[in-house]
Design a protein around this ligand. Structure first.
Ligand SMILES: Nc1nc2c(c(=O)[nH]1)N[C@H]1C(S)=C(S)[C@@H](COP(=O)(O)OP(=O)(O)OC[C@H]3O[C@@H](n4cnc5c(N)ncnc54)[C@H](O)[C@@H]3O)O[C@H]1N2
Ligand code: MOO
Length: 635
């Protein structure tokens, strides 16, 4: 296939030109008529008029008696009026007002005696009577065109005799997943299989926007097959997403195929992620070529499809909620692209802090973890730490107020802690970033975290954390809180097929080691063990290969790309690995004084000391618990 290079069009410009082009070519909503009870949330296609009055008869508004007001005139405490059975009728709320009557007296104000109704106050004509059309008059406009139908509007239409309503049809959006490697979701994928989950992400987004997704079967990377699928979807849908094959690879046919069935308006946007997006059309029908990477796909359909759905449904695209936050770390950006950076947000010490998340376009979990999106404009080289930024919120702002931010050493116990915290208080959340023990202490210095998991060995005396905390916080300001003792060891493949006997064996020829990142406590431990056991790191294959968590190291070994790595027993257990224990280390939580009184911190300290926490850790295995939650030292 001829190599077609991509444009680099600014997003705003491309989007507005694309929308204008589509409108000119006849992009317009379909309408449909549906029963009113099912119309909640839909948008009226035109004005809706009342067919009958509501109420359509004079109705009693209270339980009591219907009377002729003139019969009651003069009634008072001193001159009660006694009505004969011919002069009144007992009625309930909603009953039609009996012929000849013109008022209702509440039952509380009537004394019945010998079949007569005695009243001590005159009734005003038409009191407690709902007149015909009091609510809605026949012929009156109930709803204007292009109006969202609220629950009350459903009631108003039905009361006014409108049983069916013409609404804007939900746009049917066809989603065509493509790729030879792409397979339906399974818990046991073969090597090279990529699970097809993009269509499920996009479908969920479309439902949220009021559109109707229609997912087609996965199409292999063959030009004719993709064209046939696209032609079918164009016949059956109002808009079509062609997923993957958008960039410049050998089997990337999206652009060519869109060109064959219609027209490519633009291939390539100045955005990252999402740059290979294709803006195409067949007449006024949009065809979007959406990159295969999930994060790129989410950004592209949010930026391009969401406005199309809004336009179709006659809605203004809502301005997303924004929050001002302080950037915790420097973010580098390319001058060529407008970048969408996923961030975690947390209010720490009175300041909303935005911590950038991993930026890989294939990392769908980074979008899941994100609290907001920071947009860095095209032409910017990035932003320095400490810059005040405006972040588009992905979660309600109030959730951020009760989020415990933890940045530091990784341990699966943090996930258990987060789960227990949220169970105990559904308004409380925990967001953890794994940057290693030293990284956590740095985050405390930058005031961006409530808490940091820490296990830093002082080689001189074999103690943990104390020496480094004294050095890092000479002026004090942190609490060292006891958490657990945990067994560190060498994780190896199940059955230990290479017969490793201990740490020293990592330098054996043929052994592929996988390490933790510099600054992590486990890396410091590994470096220490190298010196102690006379292992030369330069002679260890893979010593410079770094992963950021215990589970990531375990996953490499389980996946067969490494033979050994240092980590904790609980991570080895999750992956069914063998484990050669090396030492028990002290894992503490370091809490800065600026966060000490935060309610979420108090809650977490309570959970640490609870039997539920002990139970969870017993199940994980590899931990010893003395008095979690106890303050070891204040610096
Ligand atoms: N030489 C170049 N390579 C790439 C470029 C480029 O400009 N030159 N662009 C990169 C960028 S940026 C992106 S984004 C991706 C876009 O890739 P495609 O749209 O061509 O998609 P694929 O390569 O087919 O897939 C990418 C990735 O996503 C997985 N995938 C595909 N469909 C699904 C699905 N339905 N559910 C889950 N995951 C899916 C696919 O297996 C790949 O791993 O290209 C870069 N390369
Ligand atoms: O621009 Mo592609 O969308 O990452 O990562």
């Amino acid at each position: 296939m001829a190599f077609q290079y991509l444009n680099n069009r600014p997003l705003d410009e491309a989007r507005s030109q694309y929308l204008a082009l589509l409108l000119e070519a006849g992009f317009a909503p379909r309408t449909e008529t549906i029963p009113v009870p099912a119309a909640g949330g839909r948008t009226t296609a035109g004005a809706v008029y009342a067919r009958i009055c509501a109420p359509h008869y004079p109705a009693c508004a209270m339980d009591g008696i219907a009377v002729t007001a003139a019969d009651t005139f003069g009634a008072s405490d001193t001159t009660p009026v006694s009505l004969t059975p011919e002069q009144y009728a007992v009625v309930d709320t909603g009953d039609p007002l009996p012929e000849g009557r013109d008022a209702v007296i509440m039952v509380e104000e009537v004394v019945f005696a010998d079949g007569r109704a005695v009243i001590r106050q005159a009734a005003a004509p038409w009191q407690h009577v709902r007149q015909i059309g009091e609510d809605i008059c026949a012929g009156e406009m109930i709803l204007a065109g292009h109006t969202a139908i609220s629950p009350a509007a459903i009631g108003a239409m039905l009361a006014a005799g409108v049983l069916e309503v013409k609404v804007l049809a939900r746009p049917v959006v066809g989603i065509i997943p493509t790729g030879d490697e792409v397979v339906p979701p399974t818990a046991a994928p073969g090597p090279g299989d990529v699970m097809e989950f993009n269509s499920s992400i996009f479908s969920a987004m479309l439902h949220q926007w009021g559109a109707e997704p229609r997912v087609y079967p996965i199409v292999p990377d063959r030009e004719e097959a993709i064209r046939a699928a696209l032609e079918q979807a164009l016949e059956q849908c109002d808009m079509v997403l062609l997923n993957a094959g958008s960039s410049a690879g050998r089997e990337d046919y999206a652009s060519a195929v869109i060109g064959q069935v219609g027209e490519v308006f633009c291939h390539g946007l100045a955005i990252q992620p999402g740059k290979p997006a294709i803006l195409g059309r067949q007449g006024g029908k949009p065809i979007l070529g959406v990159p295969g990477y999930p994060v790129s796909g989410i950004i592209v359909i949010e930026q391009l499809l969401h406005p199309l759905v809004d336009l179709w449904l006659g809605r203004e695209t809502e301005l997303p909620a924004q929050a001002q936050a302080v950037l915790s770390r420097r973010v580098v950006s390319s001058l060529k692209y407008q970048e969408f950076v996923r961030v975690r947000l947390g209010r720490v010490g009175g300041c909303l802090v935005a911590a950038p998340l991993a930026r890989g376009s294939g990392m769908v979990s980074s979008f899941m973890k994100a609290d907001g999106i920071l947009e860095i404009p095209q032409g910017s080289e990035g932003l320095e730490a400490g810059t005040e930024v405006s972040v588009r919120l992905l979660r309600p702002a109030r959730d951020l107020e009760h989020t415990l931010v933890t940045i530091g050493s990784h341990d699966p116990l943090l996930d258990e802690l987060a789960d227990l915290l949220h169970q105990a208080d559904p308004s409380a959340y925990m967001s953890s970033s794994h940057v290693g023990s030293m990284g956590g202490l740095m985050a405390i210095r930058r005031r961006e975290t409530h808490m940091a998991g820490c296990h830093l060995l002082n080689e001189a005396d074999g103690t943990y954390n104390t020496a480094i905390l004294e050095k890092q916080f000479p002026k004090g300001g942190v609490y060292q809180v006891e958490c657990v003792g945990r067994t560190q060891g060498l994780m190896v493949a199940p059955g230990n097929p290479l017969d490793l006997t201990g740490f020293r064996d990592i330098s054996r020829p043929g052994i592929r080691y996988v390490n933790r990142q510099k600054g992590s406590g486990t890396r410091i431990l590994a470096d220490y063990l190298c010196r102690k056991e006379g292992v030369d790191p330069a002679g260890v294959y893979g010593y410079d290969r770094e992963e950021f968590t215990h589970t990531a190291v375990a996953a490499q070994i389980a996946g067969g790309t490494a033979d050994a790595g240092m980590g904790i027993l609980s991570a080895a257990k999750i992956y069914g690995l063998d484990f050669l224990p090396v030492c028990v280390e002290q894992y503490d939580l370091i809490i800065p004084d600026y966060a000490w009184d935060a309610p979420v911190v108090r809650q977490v300290l309570g959970i640490l000391a609870s039997p539920a926490f002990r139970d969870r850790l017993e199940k994980l295995g590899g931990y010893t618990l003395d008095q979690p939650g106890r303050v070891r030292r204040v610096y």
